[in-house]
Design a protein around this ligand. Structure first.
Ligand SMILES: *Cc1c(COP(=O)(O)O)cnc(C)c1O
Length: 483
């Protein structure tokens, strides 16, 4: 087609982009982690409408630096400590180029057999790396298996829908006179008051009640709390059907007591889903697997390699012991999606909410092969060590306190004193823009969270972040004295 980029143009543009990306990532420390732009900054930098005639790619690339970069928060800078990490690695970026070139939509086996089959095998590889119970793995020959979802939020919703279908089928057998609507209105799910907001959202989207239970003083949801709540609800005529336990909460990286919760779920015939979005990656190291004790009692398990295992967004891996509840719940089978090989391989469209799906298993394959398990483990261990290094810097300054046990790559800390003082401290830090943190609050206590995020982070970077925090603390305390 006239005016279309030809293959020579693609090669040139592609190479230039690879060079640009390499320079960007290798020099990311030189950029201010937070942008200084104001809302609406971008529109004036662009023409009012799309160009009638094609621009040159060189012009587009120049505009990336002029228009886009000023409005980027640099998530891969070692100065970025907000939220949790999002992953990034060269093998993963290259895999996404290939996925973009193949551009297949793998909703059924026949729509691209490699897309489905590589995903099945990669989820087995990864499941073995975490030492998941064999019932979750496809290679064990049972019903179980894994799937790549876009996000942990989708995994939580999909598991909820599977749990809903399972309970609906069971209750209907016992009470054939009850309508679906009557049963659904009695369903109740449970999670900790400190679980991620996406769990509450799954309840809203799934049209069921979800109760938030208080965790213990270490932010762990306990088995007896859950048991009491289920008993209360049963006595009130409700039907417990779903529990989401978190391994590594977003606020403070706390671990619900799955070893206590699991038996309660089995006793009550309730689906247990585990959200290990961040912490799950650490289970590739044997020394962190004590944190997932009791996982064999769960029905589904999910974590995000796109957070902490060097696979670029989006790649949220989920395993189910019995995916048939999902497949049955979501099974609509129009003629144009039927094929002769149905039932010999999973048709992943039944395991997820959208129909379309990208070839995301390529990223997992490239990353696992080009790092090797050993280097992925080293990466996790390095981040945990850097978190403990930061923890010791904080502990050595008696103006500060650590507010939660440091288990993985997150450190929760605050200045001894009021919430207000800590709010002022954080405001100063983020206004300076040298480093970036976000706060959280547990039981009314406001604290700062420092997550080790970048794969470029070294001890000197952590020292720099600490100095920036100390300097702002000096100022905040000085100001408080004046008041
Ligand atoms: C980050 C996080 C989520 C949300 O992950 P998405 O993949 O963005 O949906 C859910 N739960 C926990 C514990 C998280 O840390």
């Amino acid at each position: 087609m006239e005016g279309e980029m030809d293959s020579a143009g693609f090669t040139e543009f592609g190479k230039a982009m690879i060079d640009y990306v390499t320079k960007y990532l290798e020099n990311i420390r030189d950029r201010r982690v937070l942008p200084t732009v104001e809302p609406g900054y971008l529109r004036p930098l662009l023409p009012d409408s799309a160009p009638l005639k094609p621009d040159r790619w060189e012009e587009v690339l120049e505009d990336v630096e002029k228009v886009i970069m000023p409005g980027i928060t640099h998530w891969h800078s070692p100065r970025f400590h907000a939220y949790f990490p999002t992953a990034n690695s060269y093998p993963s970026i290259v895999a996404d180029i290939l996925s973009g070139a193949l551009a297949v939509i793998g909703f059924t086996w026949i729509s691209s057999p490699a897309c489905t089959e590589l995903e099945v095998v990669m989820l087995d590889w990864l499941g073995k790396m975490l030492d998941l119970p064999p019932e979750f793995l496809s290679c064990s020959g049972g019903k179980g298996g894994g799937v790549i979802q876009g996000t942990a939020s989708e995994a939580t919703l999909v598991a909820l829908l599977g749990a809903k279908a399972r309970t609906l089928a069971q209750v209907k057998k016992e009470h054939p006179e009850w309508t679906d609507y009557e049963i659904i209105s009695k369903l109740v799910g449970y999670t900790s008051a400190q679980s991620h907001s996406s769990v509450e959202r799954a309840g809203l989207l799934g049209g069921v009640k979800l109760r938030h239970l208080e965790p213990d003083s270490e932010s762990k949801l306990r088995g007896d709390t859950l048991e009491r709540a289920m008993k209360e609800d049963r006595e009130a005529g409700l039907i417990p059907f779903y529990v989401v336990a978190t391994l590594g909460t977003t606020s403070s990286c706390a671990f619900d007591r799955v070893d206590e919760i699991g038996p309660v779920c089995i006793e009550n015939n309730v689906w247990l889903h585990i959200d290990a979005a961040y912490a799950g990656s650490s289970f590739i190291c044997p020394e962190f697997r004590y944190l997932m004790k009791g996982i064999e009692k769960a029905d589904s398990f999910n974590f995000n390699p796109h957070k902490w295992m060097l696979v670029n967004f989006d790649c949220s891996t989920m395993w189910l012991k019995d995916p048939s509840w999902l497949v049955d719940a979501f099974n609509v089978d129009p003629l144009y999606l039927k094929h002769d090989q149905q039932n010999s391989a999973p048709d992943y469209r039944h395991w997820q909410i959208p129909l379309g799906r990208r070839f995301r298993a390529l990223k997992l394959w490239f990353v696992m092969r080009l790092y090797g398990i050993e280097n992925l483990q080293k990466f996790i261990r390095k981040h945990v060590a850097l978190a403990h290094h930061f923890e010791s810097l904080v502990r050595d300054d008696e103006r500060f306190e650590i507010t939660a046990e440091v288990v993985l790559g997150l450190v929760c800390f605050r200045l001894k004193g009021s919430n207000e003082l800590n709010e002022k401290l954080l405001k100063r830090i983020n206004a300076n823009g040298v480093i970036h943190l976000v706060p959280s609050k547990i039981n009314g206590v406001y604290f700062l969270r420092l997550a080790i995020c970048s794969r470029f982070s070294e001890e000197e970077d952590i020292n720099l972040s600490w100095n920036e925090i100390k300097m702002n603390a000096d100022e905040a305390l000085k100001e408080e004295c004046k008041e």
